[in-house]
Design a protein around this ligand. Structure first.
Ligand SMILES: Cc1ncc(COP(=O)(O)O)c(C=O)c1O
Length: 376
Protein backbone atom coordinates (compact mmCIF):
# COMPACT_ATOMS: atom_id res chain seq x y z
CA UNK A 1 0.00 0.00 0.00
CA UNK A 2 1.34 3.42 -0.93
CA UNK A 3 -0.37 6.48 0.52
CA UNK A 4 0.69 9.96 -0.43
CA UNK A 5 -0.20 12.62 2.14
CA UNK A 6 2.34 15.29 1.24
CA UNK A 7 0.48 17.48 -1.27
CA UNK A 8 1.80 20.67 0.29
CA UNK A 9 5.30 19.57 -0.82
CA UNK A 10 4.21 18.63 -4.33
CA UNK A 11 1.12 17.11 -5.93
CA UNK A 12 0.84 14.33 -8.52
CA UNK A 13 -0.13 15.58 -11.96
CA UNK A 14 -3.82 16.13 -12.55
CA UNK A 15 -5.10 13.84 -15.35
CA UNK A 16 -5.84 16.81 -17.63
CA UNK A 17 -2.28 18.12 -17.16
CA UNK A 18 -0.77 14.70 -17.82
CA UNK A 19 -2.75 14.46 -21.09
CA UNK A 20 -1.68 17.97 -22.07
CA UNK A 21 2.00 17.27 -21.38
CA UNK A 22 1.94 14.07 -23.45
CA UNK A 23 0.40 15.98 -26.36
CA UNK A 24 2.72 18.98 -26.06
CA UNK A 25 5.98 17.03 -25.78
CA UNK A 26 5.03 15.26 -29.01
CA UNK A 27 4.01 18.40 -30.94
CA UNK A 28 4.67 21.74 -29.29
CA UNK A 29 8.38 21.86 -28.60
CA UNK A 30 9.34 24.94 -30.64
CA UNK A 31 11.39 27.87 -29.31
CA UNK A 32 9.02 30.81 -28.85
CA UNK A 33 11.81 33.25 -29.84
CA UNK A 34 12.51 31.58 -33.23
CA UNK A 35 11.31 33.35 -36.36
CA UNK A 36 10.23 30.26 -38.32
CA UNK A 37 6.78 28.64 -38.24
CA UNK A 38 7.61 26.30 -35.34
CA UNK A 39 8.72 29.29 -33.30
CA UNK A 40 5.59 31.16 -34.26
CA UNK A 41 3.39 28.25 -33.17
CA UNK A 42 5.25 28.04 -29.84
CA UNK A 43 4.84 31.80 -29.32
CA UNK A 44 1.10 31.53 -29.94
CA UNK A 45 0.79 28.75 -27.36
CA UNK A 46 2.92 30.69 -24.87
CA UNK A 47 0.86 33.85 -25.17
CA UNK A 48 -2.32 31.81 -25.00
CA UNK A 49 -1.11 30.37 -21.66
CA UNK A 50 -0.33 33.88 -20.40
CA UNK A 51 -3.80 35.06 -21.37
CA UNK A 52 -5.48 32.15 -19.60
CA UNK A 53 -3.48 32.71 -16.41
CA UNK A 54 -4.21 36.44 -16.48
CA UNK A 55 -7.92 35.64 -16.87
CA UNK A 56 -7.89 33.26 -13.88
CA UNK A 57 -6.21 35.87 -11.68
CA UNK A 58 -8.08 38.89 -13.03
CA UNK A 59 -4.81 40.44 -14.27
CA UNK A 60 -3.65 41.95 -17.58
CA UNK A 61 -1.52 39.77 -19.83
CA UNK A 62 1.52 42.02 -19.51
CA UNK A 63 1.34 41.64 -15.73
CA UNK A 64 2.26 37.93 -15.87
CA UNK A 65 5.98 37.04 -15.81
CA UNK A 66 6.75 33.34 -16.27
CA UNK A 67 9.36 31.88 -13.91
CA UNK A 68 10.79 28.49 -13.00
CA UNK A 69 8.50 28.29 -9.98
CA UNK A 70 7.62 30.19 -6.85
CA UNK A 71 11.13 30.24 -5.39
CA UNK A 72 12.20 32.31 -8.38
CA UNK A 73 8.99 34.37 -8.31
CA UNK A 74 9.47 35.20 -4.62
CA UNK A 75 13.15 36.00 -5.14
CA UNK A 76 12.31 38.17 -8.14
CA UNK A 77 9.62 40.08 -6.27
CA UNK A 78 11.70 40.74 -3.17
CA UNK A 79 15.20 41.19 -4.55
CA UNK A 80 13.97 42.73 -7.80
CA UNK A 81 11.78 45.32 -6.11
CA UNK A 82 14.11 46.25 -3.25
CA UNK A 83 17.15 46.61 -5.51
CA UNK A 84 15.28 49.38 -7.31
CA UNK A 85 14.90 51.27 -4.00
CA UNK A 86 17.46 53.54 -2.34
CA UNK A 87 19.94 51.61 -0.14
CA UNK A 88 18.79 51.66 3.45
CA UNK A 89 15.13 51.18 2.49
CA UNK A 90 13.10 48.98 4.77
CA UNK A 91 11.05 45.81 4.21
CA UNK A 92 8.86 43.63 6.38
CA UNK A 93 8.25 39.92 5.98
CA UNK A 94 6.30 37.70 8.33
CA UNK A 95 7.98 35.19 10.62
CA UNK A 96 6.31 32.25 8.84
CA UNK A 97 7.30 32.85 5.22
CA UNK A 98 8.75 30.18 2.96
CA UNK A 99 12.59 30.22 2.87
CA UNK A 100 12.48 31.60 -0.69
CA UNK A 101 10.97 34.78 0.76
CA UNK A 102 12.66 34.73 4.09
CA UNK A 103 16.20 34.15 2.86
CA UNK A 104 15.83 36.66 0.02
CA UNK A 105 14.79 39.27 2.60
CA UNK A 106 17.66 38.32 4.86
CA UNK A 107 20.16 38.50 1.98
CA UNK A 108 19.10 42.10 1.41
CA UNK A 109 20.35 43.07 4.87
CA UNK A 110 23.88 42.34 3.57
CA UNK A 111 23.23 44.82 0.78
CA UNK A 112 22.38 47.63 3.21
CA UNK A 113 18.60 47.21 3.39
CA UNK A 114 16.71 47.05 6.67
CA UNK A 115 14.48 44.14 7.59
CA UNK A 116 11.78 43.68 10.20
CA UNK A 117 9.88 40.49 10.95
CA UNK A 118 6.13 40.71 11.53
CA UNK A 119 4.94 38.72 14.55
CA UNK A 120 2.49 35.82 14.39
CA UNK A 121 0.10 34.48 17.02
CA UNK A 122 0.03 30.93 18.35
CA UNK A 123 -2.32 29.84 15.55
CA UNK A 124 0.23 30.88 12.92
CA UNK A 125 -1.67 33.99 11.82
CA UNK A 126 0.21 37.20 11.23
CA UNK A 127 -0.67 39.93 13.68
CA UNK A 128 -1.66 42.84 11.40
CA UNK A 129 -1.40 45.47 14.16
CA UNK A 130 2.09 44.17 15.04
CA UNK A 131 3.04 44.31 11.36
CA UNK A 132 1.75 47.86 10.89
CA UNK A 133 3.55 48.92 14.05
CA UNK A 134 6.80 48.08 12.25
CA UNK A 135 6.06 50.22 9.18
CA UNK A 136 8.47 53.16 8.80
CA UNK A 137 8.59 56.18 6.52
CA UNK A 138 11.03 54.31 4.25
CA UNK A 139 9.21 50.95 4.16
CA UNK A 140 9.21 49.86 0.51
CA UNK A 141 7.80 46.34 0.68
CA UNK A 142 5.72 44.01 2.81
CA UNK A 143 5.66 40.31 1.91
CA UNK A 144 3.02 38.00 3.33
CA UNK A 145 1.96 34.54 2.20
CA UNK A 146 -1.74 33.81 1.63
CA UNK A 147 -1.74 30.36 3.27
CA UNK A 148 1.08 29.03 5.38
CA UNK A 149 2.64 25.85 3.97
CA UNK A 150 3.54 24.23 7.30
CA UNK A 151 0.35 24.65 9.35
CA UNK A 152 -2.17 25.81 6.72
CA UNK A 153 -3.31 28.98 8.49
CA UNK A 154 -4.99 31.49 6.18
CA UNK A 155 -3.34 34.91 6.42
CA UNK A 156 -4.93 38.39 6.57
CA UNK A 157 -3.82 39.34 3.05
CA UNK A 158 -7.13 41.02 2.16
CA UNK A 159 -6.91 43.17 5.27
CA UNK A 160 -3.44 44.41 4.29
CA UNK A 161 -4.45 44.87 0.66
CA UNK A 162 -7.27 47.23 1.67
CA UNK A 163 -4.94 49.66 3.48
CA UNK A 164 -3.96 52.94 1.88
CA UNK A 165 -0.17 52.98 2.01
CA UNK A 166 3.12 53.93 0.46
CA UNK A 167 4.69 50.45 0.41
CA UNK A 168 4.13 47.62 -2.04
CA UNK A 169 2.53 44.33 -1.07
CA UNK A 170 3.86 40.99 -2.29
CA UNK A 171 1.83 37.81 -1.70
CA UNK A 172 3.06 34.24 -1.97
CA UNK A 173 -0.17 32.49 -3.00
CA UNK A 174 1.38 29.08 -3.64
CA UNK A 175 -0.74 27.18 -1.10
CA UNK A 176 -4.02 28.99 -1.66
CA UNK A 177 -5.39 26.79 -4.46
CA UNK A 178 -8.23 25.45 -2.32
CA UNK A 179 -9.20 28.68 -0.59
CA UNK A 180 -9.00 30.73 -3.80
CA UNK A 181 -6.48 33.19 -5.22
CA UNK A 182 -6.47 36.51 -3.38
CA UNK A 183 -8.29 39.41 -5.08
CA UNK A 184 -5.58 41.42 -6.83
CA UNK A 185 -6.93 44.84 -5.79
CA UNK A 186 -4.30 46.29 -3.46
CA UNK A 187 -1.74 43.57 -4.26
CA UNK A 188 1.33 44.59 -6.26
CA UNK A 189 3.01 41.22 -6.76
CA UNK A 190 1.82 37.64 -6.39
CA UNK A 191 3.68 34.33 -6.78
CA UNK A 192 2.31 30.99 -8.01
CA UNK A 193 3.76 27.56 -8.69
CA UNK A 194 2.36 24.81 -10.95
CA UNK A 195 3.49 21.75 -9.02
CA UNK A 196 1.42 22.50 -5.93
CA UNK A 197 -1.70 22.47 -8.11
CA UNK A 198 -1.23 19.25 -10.05
CA UNK A 199 1.08 20.76 -12.68
CA UNK A 200 4.76 19.99 -13.27
CA UNK A 201 7.73 21.17 -11.16
CA UNK A 202 9.69 23.97 -12.80
CA UNK A 203 6.88 26.28 -13.86
CA UNK A 204 5.47 29.28 -12.03
CA UNK A 205 4.76 32.94 -12.47
CA UNK A 206 4.85 36.31 -10.83
CA UNK A 207 2.01 38.79 -11.21
CA UNK A 208 3.58 42.26 -11.31
CA UNK A 209 1.23 45.20 -11.30
CA UNK A 210 1.37 47.28 -14.47
CA UNK A 211 3.76 50.21 -14.22
CA UNK A 212 6.08 48.61 -11.63
CA UNK A 213 9.62 47.73 -12.68
CA UNK A 214 11.88 45.11 -11.11
CA UNK A 215 15.64 44.65 -11.35
CA UNK A 216 15.81 41.28 -13.18
CA UNK A 217 17.57 38.33 -11.57
CA UNK A 218 18.32 36.64 -14.89
CA UNK A 219 19.80 38.64 -17.73
CA UNK A 220 20.95 37.75 -21.23
CA UNK A 221 17.74 37.73 -23.24
CA UNK A 222 14.73 39.89 -24.04
CA UNK A 223 12.15 37.32 -22.90
CA UNK A 224 9.35 38.45 -20.59
CA UNK A 225 9.90 42.04 -21.67
CA UNK A 226 13.50 41.96 -20.37
CA UNK A 227 12.25 41.02 -16.91
CA UNK A 228 13.34 37.35 -16.97
CA UNK A 229 15.86 36.12 -19.52
CA UNK A 230 15.98 32.49 -20.67
CA UNK A 231 14.30 30.35 -23.33
CA UNK A 232 10.56 30.40 -22.68
CA UNK A 233 9.17 27.28 -21.02
CA UNK A 234 6.17 27.06 -23.37
CA UNK A 235 4.99 23.64 -22.23
CA UNK A 236 5.47 24.57 -18.57
CA UNK A 237 3.38 27.72 -19.09
CA UNK A 238 0.58 25.74 -20.78
CA UNK A 239 0.67 23.22 -17.93
CA UNK A 240 0.50 26.01 -15.34
CA UNK A 241 -2.53 27.47 -17.13
CA UNK A 242 -4.19 24.05 -17.27
CA UNK A 243 -3.48 23.33 -13.56
CA UNK A 244 -4.77 26.76 -12.49
CA UNK A 245 -7.97 26.40 -14.51
CA UNK A 246 -8.57 22.85 -13.27
CA UNK A 247 -7.99 23.97 -9.67
CA UNK A 248 -10.52 26.77 -10.12
CA UNK A 249 -13.11 24.51 -11.80
CA UNK A 250 -12.84 21.81 -9.13
CA UNK A 251 -12.33 24.09 -6.13
CA UNK A 252 -15.72 23.95 -4.50
CA UNK A 253 -16.07 20.17 -4.96
CA UNK A 254 -12.48 19.54 -3.77
CA UNK A 255 -12.74 21.87 -0.82
CA UNK A 256 -15.87 20.11 0.44
CA UNK A 257 -14.45 16.63 -0.12
CA UNK A 258 -11.05 17.39 1.42
CA UNK A 259 -12.57 19.15 4.42
CA UNK A 260 -14.50 15.95 5.17
CA UNK A 261 -11.42 13.77 4.69
CA UNK A 262 -9.32 16.07 6.85
CA UNK A 263 -11.94 16.03 9.61
CA UNK A 264 -12.00 12.23 9.52
CA UNK A 265 -8.22 12.13 9.78
CA UNK A 266 -8.17 14.69 12.56
CA UNK A 267 -10.76 12.80 14.60
CA UNK A 268 -8.38 9.82 14.67
CA UNK A 269 -5.19 11.83 15.23
CA UNK A 270 -6.84 13.91 17.96
CA UNK A 271 -7.63 10.76 19.93
CA UNK A 272 -3.92 9.92 20.25
CA UNK A 273 -2.47 10.54 23.67
CA UNK A 274 -0.46 13.79 23.78
CA UNK A 275 -1.56 14.93 20.29
CA UNK A 276 -1.59 18.69 19.65
CA UNK A 277 -2.96 20.15 16.41
CA UNK A 278 -1.47 23.36 15.06
CA UNK A 279 -3.14 26.29 13.35
CA UNK A 280 -6.71 27.53 13.08
CA UNK A 281 -8.81 28.93 10.20
CA UNK A 282 -6.84 26.71 7.87
CA UNK A 283 -6.90 25.63 4.27
CA UNK A 284 -8.51 22.16 4.26
CA UNK A 285 -5.48 20.49 2.70
CA UNK A 286 -3.06 20.84 5.64
CA UNK A 287 -3.20 19.19 9.05
CA UNK A 288 -0.10 19.61 11.23
CA UNK A 289 0.54 18.02 14.59
CA UNK A 290 3.01 17.21 17.24
CA UNK A 291 2.78 14.26 19.56
CA UNK A 292 4.26 14.92 22.98
CA UNK A 293 7.61 13.26 23.52
CA UNK A 294 8.05 12.28 19.85
CA UNK A 295 10.47 13.79 17.37
CA UNK A 296 9.44 14.09 13.77
CA UNK A 297 12.22 12.13 12.09
CA UNK A 298 11.79 8.69 13.71
CA UNK A 299 8.02 8.99 13.32
CA UNK A 300 8.36 9.90 9.64
CA UNK A 301 10.47 6.79 9.13
CA UNK A 302 7.82 4.64 10.81
CA UNK A 303 5.11 6.14 8.59
CA UNK A 304 7.31 5.57 5.57
CA UNK A 305 7.84 1.90 6.47
CA UNK A 306 4.04 1.55 6.38
CA UNK A 307 3.97 3.13 2.91
CA UNK A 308 2.57 6.45 4.17
CA UNK A 309 4.33 9.60 2.95
CA UNK A 310 3.97 12.52 5.35
CA UNK A 311 6.40 15.30 6.10
CA UNK A 312 7.97 17.27 8.88
CA UNK A 313 6.90 20.66 7.51
CA UNK A 314 8.46 22.28 4.51
CA UNK A 315 10.19 19.85 2.15
CA UNK A 316 13.16 22.17 1.86
CA UNK A 317 14.01 21.68 5.52
CA UNK A 318 12.94 18.07 5.92
CA UNK A 319 16.45 16.70 5.43
CA UNK A 320 17.66 18.52 8.50
CA UNK A 321 16.87 18.15 12.19
CA UNK A 322 16.42 21.88 12.61
CA UNK A 323 13.28 22.84 14.52
CA UNK A 324 10.56 24.33 12.29
CA UNK A 325 11.06 28.09 12.10
CA UNK A 326 7.33 28.54 11.55
CA UNK A 327 6.38 26.61 14.67
CA UNK A 328 9.05 28.46 16.66
CA UNK A 329 7.63 31.80 15.46
CA UNK A 330 4.23 30.63 16.74
CA UNK A 331 5.76 30.49 20.23
CA UNK A 332 6.28 26.75 20.64
CA UNK A 333 9.40 25.29 22.26
CA UNK A 334 12.33 23.98 20.16
CA UNK A 335 11.39 20.44 21.25
CA UNK A 336 7.85 20.92 19.97
CA UNK A 337 9.14 22.56 16.79
CA UNK A 338 11.26 19.45 16.18
CA UNK A 339 8.16 17.28 16.40
CA UNK A 340 6.06 18.84 13.62
CA UNK A 341 4.36 16.24 11.41
CA UNK A 342 2.38 17.54 8.45
CA UNK A 343 -0.34 15.55 6.69
CA UNK A 344 -1.46 17.22 3.49
CA UNK A 345 -4.22 16.21 1.11
CA UNK A 346 -5.06 16.93 -2.50
CA UNK A 347 -6.97 16.15 -5.65
CA UNK A 348 -6.33 12.40 -5.67
CA UNK A 349 -6.60 11.73 -1.91
CA UNK A 350 -9.17 9.08 -0.99
CA UNK A 351 -11.18 8.14 2.08
CA UNK A 352 -9.50 4.74 2.18
CA UNK A 353 -6.04 6.31 2.34
CA UNK A 354 -6.98 8.75 5.05
CA UNK A 355 -8.72 6.06 7.06
CA UNK A 356 -5.68 3.77 6.90
CA UNK A 357 -3.22 6.55 7.82
CA UNK A 358 -5.42 7.69 10.70
CA UNK A 359 -5.81 4.16 12.06
CA UNK A 360 -2.07 3.42 11.88
CA UNK A 361 -0.99 6.75 13.36
CA UNK A 362 -1.77 5.87 16.99
CA UNK A 363 0.28 2.67 16.86
CA UNK A 364 3.16 4.42 15.14
CA UNK A 365 3.26 7.24 17.69
CA UNK A 366 3.32 4.64 20.47
CA UNK A 367 6.12 2.79 18.73
CA UNK A 368 8.12 5.98 18.31
CA UNK A 369 7.65 6.73 22.00
CA UNK A 370 8.82 3.21 22.97
CA UNK A 371 11.87 3.64 20.75
CA UNK A 372 12.63 6.86 22.64
CA UNK A 373 12.12 9.25 19.75
CA UNK A 374 12.92 12.26 21.90
CA UNK A 375 16.03 13.59 23.53
CA UNK A 376 14.16 14.43 26.73
C1 LIG B 1 4.44 28.74 0.36
C2 LIG B 1 5.49 28.32 -0.63
N1 LIG B 1 6.16 29.26 -1.31
C3 LIG B 1 7.09 28.95 -2.22
C4 LIG B 1 7.42 27.63 -2.48
C5 LIG B 1 8.46 27.32 -3.52
O1 LIG B 1 7.86 26.91 -4.71
P1 LIG B 1 8.67 26.19 -5.88
O2 LIG B 1 8.84 24.76 -5.46
O3 LIG B 1 7.81 26.34 -7.09
O4 LIG B 1 9.97 26.88 -6.04
C6 LIG B 1 6.76 26.62 -1.79
C7 LIG B 1 7.13 25.21 -2.00
O5 LIG B 1 7.43 24.49 -1.05
C8 LIG B 1 5.75 26.97 -0.84
O6 LIG B 1 5.06 26.04 -0.18
Amino acid sequence: MSIYLDYAATAPLRPEVRALLARCYAQDWGNASSLHRDGHAARMHFEDARERIARVLGARVEEIIFTSGATEANNLAILGWMRQQPRGSHLIVSGIEHPSTWEAAEALTYEGFQLDIAPVDSSGRVDVAGLLHRVRANTALVSLMAVNNEVGTIQPVAELARLARGWKLHVDAVQSGLVGWPELAGIDMLSLSAHKLGGPVGSGCLFLRQGLRLAPLLIGGAQEDHRRAGTSNVIGALALAEALEATGRQRSEETGRLTELRDQLEAKLGAIDGAVRLGSERSPHISSWFFEGVRAEPLLVLFDLEGISVSSGSACSSHSVEPSRVVSAMGFSPEQARGLIRFSLGHASTEKEVDFAGRRAGLLVEKARRQGGTEN
